[in-house]
Write a protein of this length. Structure first.
Length: 120
């Protein structure tokens, strides 16, 4: 697995790409200036960094993703659970739900997820 980590600002930049891909690098610079107040050089620096991480590709001025937003966040979640809870999803869920009041809808959704997993 590559180094699929991003900071908050990089994530906002990545969202611009995911929401508009394929996007030209010129349009990406324009969107980055409007939404993030970035200069062209900042856009290209961050784009290169995320391309080097294997998240995006800039081919002749056309920027596309190598992994989807969903895949990215799935990998991030797996990595977090692995590093923080020794890979134990139950330990993560216990910590995440401690002190929270789950609604009946939350519990039903979790049950559906487990049922769907068991069904294959």
């Amino acid at each position: 697995m590559g180094d699929y980590q991003m900071g908050v600002i990089e994530s906002r930049f990545a969202d611009i790409i995911w929401q508009n891909e394929p996007i030209t690098s010129a349009e990406l610079c324009k969107q980055s200036e409007e939404q993030l107040k970035w200069k062209k050089s900042t856009t290209y620096t961050v784009l290169k960094r995320l391309c080097d991480k294997g998240i995006f590709k800039n081919d002749k001025g056309m920027v596309t993703s190598l992994i989807s937003k969903q895949e990215f966040y799935s990998l991030q979640s797996e990595k977090f659970v692995e590093e923080t809870f020794a890979g134990s999803l139950p330990a993560f869920l216990a910590a995440f739900t401690a002190g929270k009041n789950l609604t009946s809808e939350d519990v039903a959704q979790l049950r559906r997820m487990v049922d769907e997993y068991e069904e294959g």
